[in-house]
Ligand binder design. Structure first.
Ligand code: ZN
Length: 247
């Protein structure tokens, strides 16, 4: 392939812009904010589960408390009925009186035991309520951190987008200067060789694969016409001659 030396040099400008675009794309993909965001979202999901569990516990204890209070009420109602019978003077036999008094005493003990149960449930409910509060306040913290992180990520992405679009514009301008066949070869090699299709020959070294060319390769390049498009024997990339090539 033939191309004017000027166009070959232009290829190096294009390569530099393409490498910049690749670096920007890589930076966008590997923004530390992305990993932070994934970790934070995981934490938020965990917290959501914890909140559901804590709220369920409060609900369960509410029901348990209602049930225990109904038990207390039942026993109290029965003791009240017994007390009324006792006060009514309608029970007269000593044996019945004794049995009624003993039942009242037993109901009172039962009531006080059940009231203990209610108190204990209320304490547990208070603790569970406290856990809900703790999780909710942690959730607010994480929501704030998420908003801050998203803002930081957006800002970083916008900055990258800005640089990318400036670089893309510059690339369009440079690509327009390069003959189609040379550009086509460059694009093909760039695809094939990890984003680098053209490299400068600098002081006898290919800047694409970083290998020093041997004497016979250098002699071959020396002998080539200025408008010959030469390739690196090692990496097959387009080798661009410059005043620093050391030929
Ligand atoms: Zn090479």
């Amino acid at each position: 392939m033939k191309a004017a030396p000027r166009d070959q040099i232009r290829l190096l400008d294009l390569q530099e812009l393409d490498s910049t675009l690749d670096r920007l794309a890589h930076r966008r993909r590997t923004l530390p904010e992305n990993a932070e965001l994934a970790a934070l979202q995981e934490q938020i999901a965990e917290l959501r589960d914890k909140l559901v569990a804590a709220r369920t516990e409060v609900g369960d204890l509410d029901r348990e408390q209602t049930k225990a209070e109904q038990d207390v009420e039942q026993v109290r109602a029965r003791a009240d009925r017994d007390a009324k019978r006792l006060d009514s003077g309608m029970v007269t036999s000593a044996k019945d009186l004794a049995s009624l008094q003993s039942e009242i005493a037993s109901l009172q003990r039962r009531q006080s035991d059940l009231e203990e149960v209610v108190l204990e449930i209320m304490e547990r409910r208070e603790e569970a309520e406290g856990r809900v509060g703790t999780v909710e306040s942690r959730q607010r913290e994480l929501d704030a951190a998420l908003a801050e992180l998203n803002e930081r990520k957006d800002k970083a992405e916008q900055e990258i987008s800005g640089q990318s679009s400036l670089t893309s514009d510059a690339r369009k301008g440079v690509a327009a200067d390069i003959p189609a066949d040379l550009l086509g070869l460059y694009e093909k090699l760039r695809d094939q060789f990890g984003g680098v299709g053209a490299a400068a020959l600098t002081r006898g070294q290919c800047q694409g694969c970083r290998l020093a060319l041997n004497t016979s390769d250098l002699n071959r390049i020396r002998a080539a016409a200025a408008d010959d498009v030469v390739r690196c024997e090692e990496c097959r990339r387009i080798l661009v001659r410059t005043p620093e090539s050391g030929l």
